[in-house]
Write a protein that binds this ligand. Sequence first.
Ligand SMILES: Cc1cc2nc3c(=O)[nH]c(=O)nc-3n(C[C@H](O)[C@H](O)[C@H](O)COP(=O)(O)OP(=O)(O)OC[C@H]3O[C@@H](n4cnc5c(N)ncnc54)[C@H](O)[C@@H]3O)c2cc1C
Length: 455
Amino acid sequence: MELWDFKYLRRGDADYEKARCGAVWNGRVPDRYPELIVYPQQDSHVQSIVCYAREHGMTIGTKSGGHSWTASFLRDGGIFVDLAHMNHFSFDVQQRIAVAQPAAYGSDLNAALVPHDLMFPGGHCPTVGLGGFLLQGGFGWNSRKWGVACESVLAIDVVTATGELIHASAYEHTDFFWAARGAGCGYFGLITKFYLKLHTLPHGIMTARYVFEIDDFDEVLTAVDSVSEQVLPDLEIGFFVARDQDGFVGRPTLALTADALSDTEEEARRALGLLHNLPVFSKTIKSFPYISCTLKQMLQRFDDILDNRGRRYEANNLWADVPVQMLLPTFHNIIDALPAAPSHLYTMWWLPNKERPEMAFSMEARLYIALYAISVDPKDDQPNGKYVVDSMVPMNEYKKGIQLADENLPAAPGMFMKMRNFSKLENLRHKHDREGRFYGYIRLPEEFERAMAVL
Ligand SMILES: Cc1cc2nc3c(=O)[nH]c(=O)nc-3n(C[C@H](O)[C@H](O)[C@H](O)COP(=O)(O)OP(=O)(O)OC[C@H]3O[C@@H](n4cnc5c(N)ncnc54)[C@H](O)[C@@H]3O)c2cc1C
């Protein structure tokens, strides 16, 4: 008997494994096998899937862009809803609002917005789906100035655990709206549309990249950290340490990047000048200062660094509220053991600078540190997985929490929101998804497990 008149696959069908693996951006696909893979095309399809799951006591995992490093949407048994076909968007230039389905890419939305002098703070990598990106917070272009991208979500359409389609915002169905801005891979509904606030396109987009020898690592980072209080909100500074980057084959180097999305080039130059004028920057072995570019070029640059679809990624991350100097000894141990390119250590001076609205998202700190071990060989999975977890352990004493964007909850769970917010989220889950129709977090840190026990 046919279950639906839109595409779906049962476990055991000829195309099942191709569909299961093809849904995962990461080349390392976990051994988790849903009973059904379903491809809805519209909201009513999603409703009928949820009703079916309810009748048959099944649990639902949802994928938008498939970029979760851990493929958090893939679970054993249950229904895997692949929203691949729900990737459309529209926008109103006068109202400065876009309506996007979850599998739309921020880069496609921005490509359409730019000619209208508008922009949305989509992810740095062009192929991240808006769905998962917005749910976990969303560290997008100009997010230091405009806020994490979920702050620009005005409303959502969501199918609840009972199969009802509701519109949630700060004014109606507020529980669903509160949770949708930060719950990430543990949300208790299935979002079918995001209503997004659009921003004026910055006209001073400039980037800079400075490459240094690892011998100068401590001096460079200490100097940058010393001026961090003066970093303007429209400037994002980070660094990559990787082998073979910028033509320096065989050894790791430090590449410091600075991106300014300012209103004018003059302002961008002023923002970037803060770094450029630091005396230690004379030690650079290669530099690309003050490069004017378009948003499209910025996205392309990140695509070249990060979008190695099909490679096997192991990721781990943490937030730390300390001066960068405290982390230097651990950074050196991480760099000494860094696997082959394009594996990399990434750190961003996030430097939170604005009040956030009341929402589930609540974990951030001045420094964001992420470690990625990348390979094409399945034999490297185990050592790489161990490396990204073990080598960050010495930083635990400074760890405030983790980011869900780069979560590795199965191997390295950490607090991804404030305890108060987590308790509220779990109370809301109990209220709105009592039967657990939607998979929650794959694993929780001990602190949250303890909180669950007393809820
Ligand atoms: C190459 C690369 C670059 C990245 N760059 C950035 C970046 O610049 N900034 C940043 O913040 N993050 C970044 N990330 C992390 C990324 O934002 C998260 O992995 C995010 O989850 C990806 O969104 P997605 O739609 O592809 O997620 P998916 O993998 O499709 O979904 C992740 C989880 O979100 C939930 N979910 C997804 N869609 C829905 C829905 N419609 N309704 C309910 N629940 C849903 C599910 O629990 C799912 O398991 C990057 C990741 C990669 C791989």
